[in-house]
Design a protein around this ligand. Structure first.
Ligand code: XMP
Length: 541
């Protein structure tokens, strides 16, 4: 469902960790862009440009040196007549491919640097963080490189420099080719956003018409065209992606959409009712709630190994969903029946699976995975959020009328409380944990951090309670208690790959602890998890 009417920017990924950030910055400038692997052919690039909508190309950085890998930009990149911006490795390969020189260096320059802007280029004109007494414009940037360009290709002039990296930026303004050794896509480069905005809006002249509010109309039309009068099935989890996908598809095709919400009994307090209230109650969507909690708890009885628990939950989830899908397919013989399975796949999932060949992830925990379901069910796949980043999905959700609190919710793992109850999962434990967790979240939402004016819920990326199946001694009134322990976990992270434990105010922790111990009979001790990731993970299992 590639949007058909927008100008577009092509980002070629050479395998940098931060390529996605380039795309996000471009999208934030309201310009549509796509990330593709750097090894696409020239033929592919020409084809991609053939509709006349390609306004510019950005070459990303890489984790490697130009001497370690032979990744080059397809020649067509420099032959189409569109502006090109090379970032870090992207600038080096541009230099090398166009006749300049790159030299390896044993010293890696990593981190903050101050760069002098030179040559009055269209890219950097009037963009500076400060001026030296001599009047030179200076940029505060983030660098991460070993190799550097030592000779510019013919036609290029110097655009930026530092003492250790004399050619930190270069430009051929006639051809509108620019290269920067630093990373404008990361927020540490203070004017990075302004530079990328300048590149896509002014140098490339792309129209800033990628706006979520307007995207609804386009997405709705695309869904209608794709689905026609056939019916769609969607697994609703209550998470952001499936909720926004459901709301969007429902807007497009109304009752042709049936949502199946599998309640595995490991959801948060009142979560099932809230999902039903929102989708069935307010949006009037067809939602089938399958209460499978007995089945899940039965199958989990006696199982303590985290991986095994995950696998059981994943398998049962698929079984229950498939059984429901088969029932629905059979139930309405008169209609064309369900032909589509909708999924809330978002753009980072698409990039990760298709692109960056360099990323070799090690499986630390096997994640909930419903891949392969469409084939097994004999259904076609509908993925209306495939082009969108998470922030865009959220914006779209709000524009579709979903409540802010639902759309800006912390992520919740597929196996739910199953991985937040250590060891064996029991209903009694899940009930205690749900109540403790709800108190924690309620207090995070209602406690405002004065400097930012934001709630601690919004200031943390993920926060929850974990149930520890051990008992400790306590005292309540005149009596001795011997009850369970919960741990509170709150982290701050931008990518969930690494995370810091959140420095929550003591007053907040105190309130949460005293409320849990007083209100949740069965828990007499609350601890706070002060481990960062790595080496700990965010979830305890
Ligand atoms: P960890 O615990 O690996 O978590 O640091 C990183 C992020 O992934 C989420 N997570 C899961 N999500 N199924 C999911 O859908 C899972 O099995 C799973 N395990 C962890 C976790 O909540 C955090 O956001």
């Amino acid at each position: 469902m590639t949007p058909m009417s927008h100008d577009k920017i092509l980002i070629l990924d050479f395998g940098s960790q931060v390529t996605q950030l380039i795309a996000r910055r471009v999208r934030e400038a309201h310009v549509y862009c796509e990330v593709h692997p750097c090894d696409v052919s020239s033929e592919w690039v020409r084809q991609y440009a053939a509709d006349g909508r390609l306004k510019g190309i950005i070459l990303s950085g890489s984790h490697a040196s130009v001497y370690e890998v032979d990744d080059r930009a397809p020649d067509a990149v420099f032959e189409l007549g569109v502006p090109v911006l090379g970032i870090c490795y992207g600038m080096q390969t541009m230099a090398q491919q166009l006749g300049g020189k790159v030299e390896g260096s044993p010293h890696r320059e990593f981190g903050y640097a101050e760069v002098r802007a030179r040559g009055h280029t269209a890219l950097l004109k009037d963009i500076a963080d400060f001026h030296t007494p001599e009047g030179h414009g200076m940029l505060k940037v983030w660098m991460s490189h070993g190799d550097k360009v030592t000779e510019m290709p013919p036609g290029f002039k110097l655009m930026a420099s530092t003492d250790s990296c004399p050619i930190a930026g270069m430009a051929d303004e006639a051809r509108r080719f620019y290269g920067v050794q630093f990373h404008p896509e990361v927020t540490h480069t203070v004017q990075g956003r302004a530079m990328l905005e300048r590149f896509v809006l002014e140098v490339c002249g792309a129209k800033p018409d990628w706006i979520m509010r307007d995207h609804i109309k386009e997405a709705v039309a695309a869904i209608r065209a794709q689905v026609g009068d056939e019916e769609v099935l969607l697994g609703l989890s209550g998470g952001v992606d499936s909720s926004v996908a459901a709301a969007l598809i429902h807007r497009a095709i109304g009752d042709q959409l049936t949502c199946v919400f599998v309640d595995h009994g490991l959801l948060r307090l009142h979560e099932g009712d809230m999902v039903m209230d929102m989708f069935a109650g307010k949006l009037h969507a067809r939602v089938i709630r399958v209460d499978a909690s007995d089945l899940f708890l039965r199958e989990l009885a006696g199982v303590t190994d985290p991986e095994q628990k995950r696998k059981i939950i994943g398998r049962l989830f698929v079984d229950v969903f498939k059984a429901e899908a088969e029932k629905l397919k059979a139930a309405r013989p008169g209609s064309k029946g369900i032909q589509w399975l909708a999924q809330g796949t978002i753009y980072p999932d698409v990039i990760e699976s298709g692109g960056a060949k360099s990323k070799k992830a090690v499986t630390i925990k096997s994640h909930h995975n419903v891949g392969g379901l469409p084939e097994q069910l004999g259904l076609k796949l509908l993925e209306p959020l495939r082009d969108l980043f998470k922030d865009e999905v959220r914006e779209l959700g709000v524009a579709l009328g979903l409540p802010h609190d639902m759309v800006y919710r912390h992520p919740f793992p597929g196996p739910g409380l199953g991985v937040r109850i250590l060891g064996e999962v029991k209903k009694e434990y899940a009930d205690l944990l749900r109540r403790a967790d709800a108190i924690f979240i309620e207090e995070l939402r209602s406690t405002i951090e004065p400097n930012s004016g934001k709630s601690w819920y919004d200031l943390t990326s993920q926060a929850f309670a974990v149930f520890l199946p051990v008992k400790s001694v306590g005292v309540m009134g005149d009596g001795r208690t011997y009850d369970y322990v919960v741990a509170l976990r709150a982290v701050q992270t931008s990518d969930f790959m690494t995370a810091d434990w959140a420095e929550l105010p003591y007053g907040l922790l105190k309130r949460v602890s005293s409320r849990i111990i007083n209100e949740v009979r069965g828990i007499n001790r609350v601890t706070y998890d002060v481990s960062s990731k790595p080496p700990a993970t965010i979830e305890w299992e």
